[in-house]
Design a protein around this ligand. Structure first.
Ligand code: AMP
Length: 279
């Protein structure tokens, strides 16, 4: 396993692999790797000849009062997890390597970036789209793996790739959960045992509400989710939304496939989760 910190070096290696006919897979992450990331890595190991994991806590996607500085960076453990899973290259650039002082170019996926999480984190998806575009170009990825847990992010990246004619195929991967139902997340490291227990109720509620998907309107399902979440002390809702699976647009009773998505605060930690519902 090679650890690379310079973009041009990785790109040179990637060109060589492409010349040899190798299929390159990219797993973009911010580190603090867990079973969720591992599932993406395993998928790439299965599909691709070469697997690249990028570890970069991207300052451009954090708002001014967010957790950029305190975001966990357990580099040694992360490299061990990559090695254990036979990752070929770990790309770990510095902030200056990705966004030097004279950096000027940003990507915006309009409309999609302004709803759901975008309402609460107005510059977040511009930062995500920009860094992912750079990572796709640096890695020359044939496949790039993204978790359905960050559903809005997945849809924004899919749209960017389509609109800008990237040749990379975006591969969505299912949500990995802890036994208690809580979606695995690097930010779960911030939670106390009691907060984790509270967090486990989010998915229970999503499942409970889903039972009525076929016979209740999206509006009623949304209200029911809100009222169930509001009954849990120590949870503060940012949003609950039901959107079209294909493009995050609004839904009605006959929409075939939807996503019920939530963002909540438990103490000082913001968690997101979702469930896909289909008729
Ligand atoms: P992050 O390091 O949080 O930026 O996540 C990197 C990638 O891992 C993203 O595509 C996430 O959607 C994905 N991911 C994070 N948590 C999970 C999970 N519990 N299950 C599946 N994928 C996940």
């Amino acid at each position: 396993m090679k650890v690379i910190k310079i973009a041009s070096q990785l790109q040179k290696i990637a060109f060589k692999h492409l010349k040899n006919g190798d299929n390159i897979g990219l797993v973009p992450t911010m580190g603090a790797l867990h079973q969720g990331h591992e599932s993406l890595i395993l998928k790439s190991k299965k599909n691709d000849d070469v697997t690249i994991v990028s570890i970069f806590v991207n300052p451009v996607q954090f708002g001014p009062n967010e957790d950029y500085l305190k975001y966990p960076r357990p580099i040694k453990k992360d490299l061990e997890l990559c090695k254990k899973n036979h990752v070929d290259y770990v790309f770990m650039p510095t902030v200056n390597e990705m966004f030097p002082n004279n950096y000027k170019t940003f990507i915006e996926v309009t409309v999609l970036q302004d709803i759901m999480c975008g309402k609460f984190r107005p510059t977040h998806f511009r930062g995500v789209a920009t860094v992912v575009a750079k990572l796709l170009n640096i890695s020359c990825a044939c496949n790039a793996y993204f978790g359905i847990k960050d559903f809005q992010q997945l849809k924004i990246i899919e749209k960017m790739v389509k609109d800008l004619n990237f040749k990379t195929k975006i591969v969505p991967c299912p949500i990995v959960r802890e036994k208690i139902g809580l979606a695995v997340s690097s930010r779960n490291l911030y939670l106390s045992a009691q907060e984790k227990e509270t967090g486990s109720k989010i998915y229970k509620i999503l499942k409970e509400v889903s039972i009525d998907f076929k016979n209740k309107s999206p509006h009623i399902l949304k209200q029911s989710t809100i009222s169930k979440l509001n009954k849990i002390s120590n949870i503060k809702i940012d949003y609950v939304d039901i959107v079209n699976f294909n493009d995050l647009s609004s839904v009605n009773k006959s929409t075939k496939k939807v996503v019920l998505a939530v963002a909540v605060w438990i103490g000082k930690t913001r968690l997101i989760d979702n469930i896909i519902l289909a008729r």
